[in-house]
Design a protein around this ligand. Structure first.
Ligand code: BGC
Length: 738
């Protein structure tokens, strides 16, 4: 470690009175001691981040990162991992620079590091917050054992945009739901204590409104009112702060004419002044530079000035701060104290991670070997994957498949044997270790069932040369399983589509197989809601399996053979067609709500208004009946708690889990309110034939929104409470807030 730093930190550590703050973790005077001896160059250096050559997730505009580390001009490296590799980079920072300030290593550990869990949208379909926390916890255990300190997750952008490939990275369309998921994932990554060796600092991204790009095109312009921003898009970020998230990432889009990375409104006013956030903010990849293309800065110096004035602490990959902060201070355009504040926030997290105690503490090869892909992690990956599978249709109990009825299965489709089931942003995930659908079915095949498999076609092709083989095995089967959808590369960043249909000739093959008269189970893999009306009409059963990660094939087999009774529900609406987009359950009513007998009402002439599958929808191998929805009172005051209770009966033959959902509607407001808003949910196991009573509590706080005057408040009046197993099939009851 650099000689000066050792001295300073040692002095500060002995100064116990000034250094013990909240929970003994107040590092402020130590940070002061360091900032006091830093040169301007060293300060700017802490605010610079570069990708290593190990992995690259965007354009490379400068790859001299080792040289920059050695000269103290870099504070963080991303896309570098494994204990050994990161130890070597850390050594350069600690041993070759004057102050020896350790680097913080970041990486996109989004849904797993080596053991890969379902893509975030898919995992959210489990509605199981404990499971989501657990998968983030495991991801952190593995990544922190592989030399990493910080993950660029959770991604908590609300989105109603199926064209946008990144809808796969979030938790869907609902503000309340995404806020709960944000908390679970932050808790999972960060654990109880960042100082623990098995935790990562989390990063709430992308701030803000990135999920609303015009026309669904990635990085495109966003235009929305402040009311919508605050009511719909911001709450998950506030929830992440409440859960203790330590960093934020800017978004690529503009908000109200200002690119987020230069937005004083978003970062100074909302994040720091209103929310009091004391962690640090990193830009998205080259987002400072992109302000030139956005047209708000004429050169990189001007863009850097906008970013530092907005309170952006670290420049990811752009070289903007590296090359321009010093001249900005020298010319008086930026105050050195602004750099001090940014450096303070960055050093604070480095202290919290224990990097000043031991910069190599996350680089232990032994621990790495013992931790990566432990059996218990693989078991958890299988369990969470099967919890994420949504049963969309199941006519005539086609599923589960059992030996008593089925002797031969034909498995076809472009996703039937591929190991590319990890999904976008799969970090260091290993395709070799991924379980394909074919492998999963073979691993779990009941003794008397035979399986034949052929692809039949590709993802996006008009080549029909494989059709004959597919039809041949289909003709000899009792049931066809067709694995269809998108390739994993059709989702994630920079993967927007203008069509949300199943691509290529997959549906043509489906129709030819349908002509055999055999029942067809469609196994969908995809990163976004797809328009699958035709499939819904014709398939006997449909499983939405997203991209389920390492254990995908085994998890799908568990559902297909009835080892697991599906319990997942859609966290996002599935439209009938792209023409309905944006479509989400919590829309406004309009002044002319749909009326089929009245021409001049809000509807289409060529499609119903309602979606194919609503938010919260998903079937089970059993059925549930809702009854006796009741309230403890018809009226509440601002200080009361309203108790809502409902009975849910499992009316089928097998045990099953149900996600009981509670929505409210504010009937009259000073501004229009959504037709429904999720305010609570509970997932519970109900044994066959049993009835459970499910209780919820609503308080005045749950009824707040941005009123006409932009106060965040509730308004007296009537509200409806809806309870059901999805956002459409609900019971309702009325109450009044006095
Ligand atoms: C993405 C971020 C990601 C970053 C680093 C960007 O292109 O938008 O979500 O964290 O790259 O890989």
């Amino acid at each position: 470690m650099g000689i000066f730093l050792i001295l300073i930190v040692a002095i500060a550590c002995n100064d116990s009175k000034t250094n013990t703050g909240d929970n003994g973790k107040n590092y402020e005077s130590k940070i002061d001691s360091i900032i006091n001896i830093m040169t301007l160059e060293e300060k700017a250096g802490q605010m610079v981040q570069y990708t290593s050559g190990w992995d690259v997730t965007g354009p490379v505009i400068d790859d001299n990162y080792e040289e920059y580390i050695a000269s103290g001009r870099v504070g963080s490296i991303f896309n570098a991992h494994t204990s050994a590799y990161n130890r070597n980079l850390q050594k350069i920072a600690v041993e070759e620079t004057r102050l020896g300030i350790p680097l913080i290593f970041g990486y996109d550990v989004i849904h797993g590091y080596k053991t890969i869990f379902p893509i975030s949208l898919g995992e959210s379909a489990s509605w199981d917050l404990d499971a989501m926390e657990r998968s983030a916890r495991i991801a952190a255990e593995e990544a922190s054992a592989a030399g990493l300190h910080w993950t660029f997750a959770p991604m908590i952008d609300i989105s109603f945009e199926p064209r946008w490939g990144r809808v796969s990275e979030g938790a869907g369309e609902d503000t309340y739901f995404v806020s709960q998921v944000a908390k679970a994932r932050v808790k999972g990554f960060q654990g109880e204590d960042l100082m623990a060796l098995n935790t990562l600092a989390a990063c709430a991204k992308h701030f803000a409104a990135y999920g609303a790009p015009q026309a669904g095109r990635d990085y495109h312009t966003v235009d929305m009112s402040e009311r919508v921003l605050r009511d719909v898009y911001l709450p998950p970020f506030k929830a992440a702060i409440d859960a203790g998230v330590r960093t934020f990432m800017t978004s690529f889009n503009e908000y109200d004419g200002v690119p987020a990375t230069g937005s004083e409104f978003l970062f100074q006013q909302i994040l720091r002044e209103e929310w009091g956030f004391d962690g640090f903010v990193v830009t998205d990849y080259t987002a400072i530079n992109e302000m030139i293309e956005h047209g708000v800065a004429k050169d990189l110096e001007g863009a850097s000035e906008l970013a530092i004035n907005a309170g952006i602490d670290m420049d990811m990959q752009g070289g903007a701060y590296l090359n321009h902060l010093i001249e900005l201070v020298d010319s008086g355009k930026v105050k050195e104290s602004q750099l001090d504040e940014a450096v303070r926030r960055i050093l604070r997290i480095k202290f919290e991670l224990g990097l000043f105690d031991d910069p190599y503490r996350y680089s232990n090869e032994e621990r790495e070997k013992e931790t990566i892909m432990k059996d218990e992690f693989i078991e958890a990956a299988r369990d969470i994957a099967r919890k994420s599978i949504v049963l969309l249709k199941n006519d005539n109990n086609t599923l589960p498949i059992s030996e008593s009825k089925i002797k031969n299965i034909a498995l076809v489709g472009p996703l039937s044997s591929t190991k590319e089931v990890l999904g976008s942003w799969h970090a260091s995930g290993d395709y070799e270790k991924a379980v394909s659908l074919k492998e999963g079915l073979e691993n779990n095949l009941p003794a008397n069932i035979k399986l034949a498999q052929t692809e039949g076609t590709g993802f996006d092709t008009d080549d029909e040369s494989g059709f004959a083989a597919a039809k041949r095995i289909a003709a000899q089967s009792d049931v066809i399983i067709m694995a269809l959808g998108e390739s994993e590369h059709m989702g994630g960043e920079a993967a927007s589509r203008t069509s949300i249909e199943i691509p290529g000739n997959q549906m043509k093959l489906f129709n030819e197989l349908k002509a055999t008269g055999k029942p067809i189970v469609a196994v969908l893999m995809n990163s976004r809601p797809l328009a699958i009306s035709e499939l819904d009409n014709k398939a006997d059963a449909i499983l939405e399996t997203w991209f389920l990660g390492t254990e995908a094939g085994n998890a799908i087999a568990d559902v297909i053979f009835g080892e697991y009774n599906p319990s997942a529900k859609l966290p996002v609406t599935f439209p009938r067609s792209l023409g309905q987009v944006p479509i989400h359950y919590n829309m406004k009513n309009t002044g002319r709500p749909i009326d089929h007998d009245e021409k001049y009402t809000s509807k289409y002439i060529d499609s119903p208004n309602d979606p194919l599958y609503p938010f919260g929808y998903g079937l089970s191998y059993t059925s549930f009946d809702y009854s006796d929805l009741s309230l403890n009172s018809k009226k509440i005051t601002k200080d009361d708690e309203l108790k809502v209770s409902v009975k849910v009966e499992n009316t089928g033959e097998v045990d099953g889990e149900e996600v009981v959902q509670l929505y409210i509607q504010d009937l009259v407001g000073s501004v229009t309110r959504p037709v429904k808003e999720l305010k609570g949910f509970k997932k519970l196991m109900i044994k066959a034939g049993q009835t459970e009573t499910v209780d919820f509590t609503i308080t005045e706080k749950d009824l707040r929104f941005y009123t006409k005057n932009m106060d965040f408040a509730s308004e007296p009046g009537e509200f409806k409470v809806y309870v059901g197993g999805n956002s459409e099939d609900v019971m309702e009851v009325l109450f009044t807030l006095e």
